[in-house]
Ligand binder design. Structure first.
Ligand code: SF4
Length: 407
């Protein structure tokens, strides 16, 4: 019902036909299309470029960017705001800022300040969604909302809502500071006694499981998890019934291991017969994340000499792709094609598993070499095409040669 009101749009603004040519022009890559046509592989001057079979923009990002462009076209005379970033891609975010959209970023306390927003303004909600309090605050202001929250994120919210309704603490495998995880965790607030606890990885999950099984010092527990659980969380009260969900972009294998860890511990603590009452699980990894992880896993069965993973340094799904590849081959996580400087012969990248930005020279060994390429769900094809072009240029090879050789 709400979607039909004049101040809330969730399914586009009816301008798809107008903005698609613009999006095509800004984000399309002929090189990427040609590589796909040639079986995701082409060789020139000793360099074989291999493209993962699933990469780049996912359905949720595609839709969010389209709606943001539609909003800018439909309301040229109104102030447009975005809650945070539309997606984790500096190039796309920059384009939206060029179009006059103001990004509202959270303060140090993690809260958004909407005091400048008026009922005449248009506010875009990103693909990650926003926390329930922020959503309510915006509805109260009465501004026009363009909600691009991805359907896969809404699916996680539904699960978490169900857990909270049934008296289960939502155990969320995710990053407590990530926009999507914050929004997901906030869904428990739909229920007066709803509780959540965010675990970052299997090690944190094991600490929680150990507490469930053996108990411990509640104060110490909260010292460790106080920043990633609901207000008033009591580990002695709130861990007897749990439901496991995950941020949509986590590492699939780790999410499965975490769910299994909780299942086992609940069986041990309460017995198999009582399991249904104490444990619930829904795999809420989105299919786009899963497909991209599967594609690199399959590429790593015969790993290229070097792997380039393109995507924002704050992009969760990109970091996980880089993590998978780094187990098998030398991997560079680059934020943008411009991280490769053909003239200087360098590549600047974020250390896999770390925060450090490093610059390597001599990264492209002489002789025959295979360079694998994939990209996180927020990376448009033009940035992938530019990357291919810069890899080749690092050896003085023209992009056209890549396809001429194969003709
Ligand atoms: S990564 Fe998945 S959940 Fe996130 S926007 Fe894309 S499709 Fe939606």
């Amino acid at each position: 019902m709400e979607e039909r009101t004049k101040t809330y749009f969730r399914t586009g603004l009816g301008l798809k036909k107008d903005v698609l040519p613009v999006l095509e022009q800004e984000y399309h890559s002929q090189a990427v299309e040609q590589l796909k046509e040639r079986g995701y592989r082409a060789t020139a001057g000793g360099i074989t470029i291999r493209l993962a079979e699933e990469f780049g923009y996912c359905y949720g990002v595609d839709r969010a960017v389209q709606y943001a462009y539609e909003a800018a076209h439909k309301f040229p005379d109104r102030r447009l705001f975005l809650v945070g970033e539309i997606i984790h891609n500096p190039h796309v975010n920059g384009r939206l800022q060029d179009m006059g959209i103001t990004f509202m970023m959270p303060g140090e306390d993690g809260r958004f300040d909407f005091s400048d927003v008026t009922p005449e303004d248009v506010v875009i909600i990103p693909a990650f969604g926003v926390a329930i309090n922020d959503f309510r605050a915006l509805r109260e202001i009465g501004c026009l909302l363009v909600d691009t929250t991805c359907g896969s994120v809404l699916n996680v919210w539904k699960r978490v809502d169900g857990y909270a309704r049934g008296g289960h603490t939502a155990i969320i495998h995710g990053k407590f500071y990530h926009e999507e995880t914050k929004a997901t965790a906030s869904q428990v607030k739909l229920h007066p006694n709803g509780t959540y606890l965010i675990v970052r990885d299997i090690d944190e999950a094991r600490l929680v499981c150990d507490y469930i099984l053996h108990g411990g010092d509640g104060g110490e527990f909260l010292e460790r998890f106080g920043h990633s659980c609901s207000e008033g969380f009591d580990p002695d009260r709130d861990l007897s019934k749990v439901g496991v969900a995950n941020q949509t972009t986590m590492l699939a294998s780790e999410t499965a291991a975490i769910a299994e860890e909780f299942r086992k511990v609940m069986v041990e603590r309460y017995g198999e017969a009582e399991l249904d009452d104490h444990y619930r699980h829904s795999d809420t990894l989105c299919s786009a994340t899963q497909d991209r992880q599967n594609a690199v896993n399959s590429m790593m069965e015969s790993p290229p000499d070097v792997m380039i993973v393109i995507g924002g340094y704050n992009s969760s799904n990109t970091a996980h792709l880089a993590h998978i590849c780094a187990q098998h081959t030398k991997t560079y996580h680059i934020e943008d094609s411009t991280c490769i400087d053909p003239a200087a012969g360098t590549i600047s990248h974020k250390a896999v598993g770390g925060q450090e930005i490093c610059t390597d020279s001599d990264w492209l060994a002489a002789g025959s070499i295979e360079v694998g390429i994939t990209a996180g769900a927020s990376t448009p094809n033009n940035k992938i095409g530019d990357t291919i072009e810069r890899v080749l240029a690092s050896r003085g090879i023209e992009l056209d040669t890549l396809f001429a050789d194969q003709a």
